[in-house]
Design a protein around this ligand. Structure first.
Ligand SMILES: NC(=O)c1ccc[n+]([C@@H]2O[C@H](COP(=O)([O-])OP(=O)(O)OC[C@H]3O[C@@H](n4cnc5c(N)ncnc54)[C@H](O)[C@@H]3O)[C@@H](O)[C@H]2O)c1
Length: 379
């Protein structure tokens, strides 16, 4: 018998919608022991959260997240609010014995992240962090190929996440929709927002990053703050370039920026191994490019794998071979894996402890950029 899992959603923005969509779809495509029930949605504005709840089918609303966390009829709390709230909400949810699905980055810094790990481990509550790109089928396939040893010894890992939406100096910081530009709400700029995804995927595919050197830049130094109405110093990094060493001896190069005119969400990565290379591009997310040096010479070359066959990760659950799926499905897969992990009594990766490693790299990036030095990643 399928058992209900009562969800309490905090936040109704971009991720609130992406996750709600995933909860609603998951049991239509995956055979699972649990079924998410959209029990309550929470945000501060009653009318707006009511409209959100009505659209997505939440049974009730709250305007104070503490009330939602304390409710006896909630099994799992989903944290879809700005980064500065993750720690406080997660600590309260763990103390109340709730499972937690927390948006990335885990926290504002590794100190907060560690406290969150200790809280969920002490409370023994299921937990996961929404680094959803792991569950794009082509990226999951990349992981399979790497783990099978098809690339051989890895030499290089390279990734970019490029956007262009903050170039205007007139764009204010802070408040609804623009909290990402306010260091007090976001903790960092592109490093925690965009590079965090690249780092999570990189360490999942290629193992730990042990040391690094980073440079960051804040191109627009002052912006009007929406909450105070004053022009204030900008504390976030607008762009970040990172070079690093992985524990397996390979070298990493990463770039993320919101100042790459023409790019909206260009997340790409490439891995070069002794025997083979792979590359992936979010704009073509259903394809994995693969080059195998062992192929016969005359026809050797990059092949573009259309990741839509039943034998590809997750794809047997969807349509017929040749028909692709998209961005939203990475969240459906994450929910499916979370519910499957619950049924099996195993952690759903990345759990808080796993996501803490990315947070430690993010801290090292900001430290390296500030000091202008090569930095070891603390563990
Ligand atoms: N996994 C991904 O690819 C991905 C993509 C985007 C955002 N994120 C992460 O998701 C989180 C939310 O980002 P978003 O893009 O959805 O933001 P958003 O601005 O679209 O939505 C934020 C929501 O938080 C609510 N909120 C703010 N303060 C609150 C409070 N005190 N109590 C209750 N609700 C409050 C707002 O009303 C809003 O509904 C961030 O941590 C972000 O880094 C992850």
């Amino acid at each position: 018998m399928v058992q209900p899992l009562h969800i309490g959603m905090i936040g109704y923005g971009f991720m609130g919608r992406a996750h709600s969509n995933a909860y609603r779809k998951v049991n239509n495509f995956f055979d699972l022991k649990y079924r998410p029930v959209l029990k309550a949605a929470c945000a501060r504005d009653r009318d707006k959260v009511k409209a959100f709840a009505d659209t997505w089918g939440y049974e009730s609303i709250e305007t104070d997240w503490r009330k939602l966390v304390d409710r006896k009829d909630i099994d799992a709390v989903d944290i879809c609010v700005p980064n500065n709230l993750h720690c406080e909400i997660a600590m309260a949810a763990a103390a109340a014995g709730k499972m937690i699905l927390c948006e990335k980055p885990l926290a504002m810094n590794a100190g907060e992240g560690l406290r969150m790990c200790q809280a969920v481990e002490q409370a023994k509550v299921a937990n996961t962090v929404w680094y959803n790109y792991r569950r794009v089928p082509a990226v999951t396939l990349a992981k399979k190929l790497v783990d099978e040893g098809r690339l051989g010894r890895i030499f290089h890992y390279r990734a970019n996440f490029l956007q262009d939406w903050t170039i205007s100096a007139d764009l204010p910081q802070g408040g609804t929709a623009l909290w990402r530009l306010d260091v007090a709400a976001a903790g960092s700029g592109v490093s925690g927002d965009l590079l965090a995804h690249c780092i999570d995927t990189a360490m999942w595919l290629n193992g730990p990053i042990v040391s690094l050197s980073a440079m960051t830049e804040t191109f627009i130094k002052e912006r009007k703050h929406n909450l105070t109405g004053k022009v204030e110093k900008v504390g976030i990094d607008d762009a970040c370039a990172l070079m690093c060493r992985f524990a397996n001896g390979s070298l990493g190069l990463f770039e993320s920026t919101r100042y790459a005119r023409g790019h909206k969400a260009l997340y790409t990565f490439e891995i070069n191994g002794e025997k083979a290379s792979i590359k992936w591009d979010l704009h073509d997310l259903h394809r994995l490019e693969y080059f195998d040096h062992r192929d016969e010479g005359q026809t050797r070359g990059w092949r573009s794998i259309h990741v839509t066959d039943g034998e590809h990760p997750y794809m047997s659950r969807w349509w017929v071979p040749g028909l692709q799926i998209g961005y939203e499905h990475s969240f459906v897969h994450h929910v499916a894996d979370f519910l499957d992990s619950l049924a099996k009594g195993v952690p759903c990766q990345p759990d808080f402890r796993n996501a803490l490693a990315t947070q430690q790299v993010l801290d090292a990036i900001l430290e390296s950029a500030k000091k202008g030095t090569w930095t070891e990643v603390a563990r």
